[in-house]
Design a binder for this molecule. Structure first.
Ligand code: ARG
Length: 593
């Protein structure tokens, strides 16, 4: 059986990757053939309770209510007009739900159509690819990345991968905080202590961070120090050669340090323009917003109010401070205009912590007004925000000394802990291989612990939980993949030869596993819609759990070759989905664990 079932049913040769959309279409088409129904009918397709079926259309009920019809009768007439197929059963439940229960043959055919890894990736491609800018990580230079930056980096990277796999043109831009008032203080401290930036030792950025802290103490205590620091900042902003070259050096040193973290995390950027890139464009922002009367002067500052908004009618969006300096808002306005103009961005996604929600809401409102006046189409703007990482005491995570946890230290510890795990399981393993596995397991665990939480919630960071081989963790998913590899090593069969298997899923656990695999596109759809990787994690965990019970209940190496081939085929498909799903999360897998 090949794609003909769809050809028979729909009269066209098309493989429906997303089954929810497929059944939605079937119900929609059926409804058009029912006289009492007009085009306002919405099938409201969702996954059904397993006991009743696989997909369920709930739309008859609200439609009947609104139009004075009997819901059950309406559901029945829609069902009657539905293209019949011997690959599924339709039934009406409750007051008017239309249930589709798919036969094992259906799942088998679908899985055969899914194909190998490359085919599966091809099915993911979006119909209309867009140009998407992903703005994530964005640490501040002259400071080390601490644990707070991990969420933006990991969530951002995973969304970038998700969208790139769907064929969108993704531009990854690291919006560094590299042009703030902190440089006045830092430059002042560097000069006062006569420090050579070429001789900062092993951890130059840690040194600079410390130096900044000392400088900050000074300017707080002595007004003349503050004046001098301000002067250094003005000089920098006016293009003073000496200060600019010091600043550049600090930026380079910082990026070098950030890159070590990115390398370990497997993250890369196309650009790291940062705030400084836009420093000459802020003047243009002031004048354009003034010209369109979008901003006003308020106590010496230039601000934007949004009278139509409850809070932002009074809470200003400050775009130029009363001392004349630009700020975070100004550079963000310039950045957005640049991304539209130079990159023709159709969607811009910002990944930052939840405390910046007001900033982005005000930014988006301001830009929409600006672009509207200019009759420029505004890109879709999304603020993907996240909560705080908590320590086991339920407070924002800190070191024992009460300092923020440095990201690099955290990642190194993750790898160390994973290493102990690997060594314990395989005492004979070569050092190099131990290191390789430890990195994949340790980094994977940290990433997954973050991604598997609904990003809008705070979560508690726990080494033991994230590295556990049981439960909703990366090692658990990686272990499922390794098990499948080991199975194929033992049986010595080619995965590609199994697609012609003719026996259909029979047993309960075979059917459940097949069904679960077919829901992968739905998980991708939801993750993309909400820009929430945890939906994908939930799905992958359920799939791995379904696989475990299949594996424990069924003897894959069955003597009966047809049965064995079907079971191996299910394993091969599970592997593809787990590997692909983890790849989207930026997590590598292993053939042996
Ligand atoms: N540097 C900022 C921070 O540390 C993040 C930058 C986010 N991106 C942006 N376009 N504002 O919070």
């Amino acid at each position: 059986m090949t794609i003909s079932w769809l050809k028979d049913v729909l009269g066209r040769m098309e493989f429906y990757f997303n089954l929810l959309q497929y059944f939605k279409k079937i119900v929609s088409e059926a409804s058009e053939r029912v006289e009492t129904v007009d085009e306002s009918f919405e099938p409201q397709m969702r996954m059904a309770d397993e006991r009743f079926g696989d997909f369920q259309a709930n739309g008859a009920l609200p439609y009947a209510k609104k139009n004075g019809l009997n819901p059950r009768e309406l559901a029945e007439s829609i069902a009657a007009k539905t293209t019949s197929s011997d690959l599924w059963e339709i039934s009406i439940a409750g007051p008017g739900f239309i249930n589709f229960k798919l036969k094992p043959e259906f799942f088998l055919t679908w899985l055969q159509e899914l194909g190998d890894m490359e085919d599966t990736k091809r099915h993911l491609l979006a119909d209309s690819p867009r140009r998407v800018v992903l703005d994530y990580s964005g640490p501040n230079t002259a400071k080390q990345m601490h644990v707070g930056h991990i969420r933006s980096t990991i969530i951002g990277e995973s969304l970038a991968r998700l969208l790139a796999l769907q064929g969108h043109a993704v531009i990854r831009d690291n919006h560094l905080g590299d042009w703030g008032t902190q440089f006045g203080i830092l430059l002042y401290a560097i000069k006062r202590c006569d420090i050579s930036l070429d001789k900062l030792g092993e951890e130059p950025v840690a040194f600079l961070e410390d130096l900044y802290r000392k400088g900050n103490d000074l300017v707080k205590k002595f007004p003349e120090a503050l004046d001098k620091a301000r002067l250094e900042l003005v000089k920098l902003q006016n293009g003073d050669q000496e200060n600019l070259s010091l600043w550049q050096k600090i930026r380079d040193l910082s990026l070098e340090t950030f890159n070590q973290v990115y390398e370990l995390l497997g993250v890369r950027f196309d650009y790291a323009h940062g705030e400084s890139f836009y420093r000459d464009q802020v003047q243009g922002v002031y004048s354009v917003l003034q010209k369109y009367e979008i901003c006003t002067e308020d106590q010496g500052a230039l601000v934007v109010f949004h009278p139509e908004h409850k809070r932002f009618a009074k809470q200003p969006f400050i775009i130029r401070k009363s001392d004349g300096a630009s700020n975070y808002a100004t550079t963000d306005l310039a950045t957005l205009a640049f991304r539209k103009k130079e990159w023709d961005a159709e969607h811009i996604i910002y990944v930052t912590d939840g405390r910046q929600r007001d900033h982005f809401e005000q930014l988006f409102m301001t830009v929409k007004k600006w672009f509207q006046v200019e009759r420029v189409e505004c890109p879709t703007l999304s603020h993907v925000w996240f909560g705080t990482i908590l320590g086991e005491d339920n407070k924002a995570i800190k070191t024992r000394e009460g300092q923020p946890v440095k990201l690099m230290d955290l990642l190194v510890e993750a790898v160390e802990r994973a290493k102990a795990m690997v060594q314990e399981k395989n005492p004979e393993l070569q050092e190099e291989e131990v290191e390789r596995r430890a990195k994949i397991i340790g980094i994977g665990a940290v990433k997954y612990a973050d991604l598997s939480q609904d990003r809008t919630l705070d979560y508690v960071f726990s080494w033991d939980k994230m590295l556990a081989l049981q439960g909703n963790t990366a090692p658990y998913l990686q272990y499922a993949v390794a098990r499948i590899h080991s199975l194929f090593r033992k049986v010595g069969k080619e995965r590609s030869n199994l697609a012609s298997t003719s026996s259909t899923p029979q047993s309960d656990s075979e059917k459940k596993l097949a069904r679960k695999i077919s829901f992968f596109p739905l998980a991708i759809e939801q993750t993309t819609k909400e820009l929430k990787p945890h939906s994908l994690c939930v799905y992958l965990y359920e799939l791995a759990t379904e696989f475990s019970s299949f594996y424990n209940q069924e003897k894959v190496m069955n003597e009966d070759q047809d049965t064995q081939n079907l079971r191996l085929f299910l394993c091969a498909k599970t592997q593809i989905i787990l590997e692909l799903g983890l790849d989207i999360l930026g997590i590598e897998t292993l053939e042996e664990m």
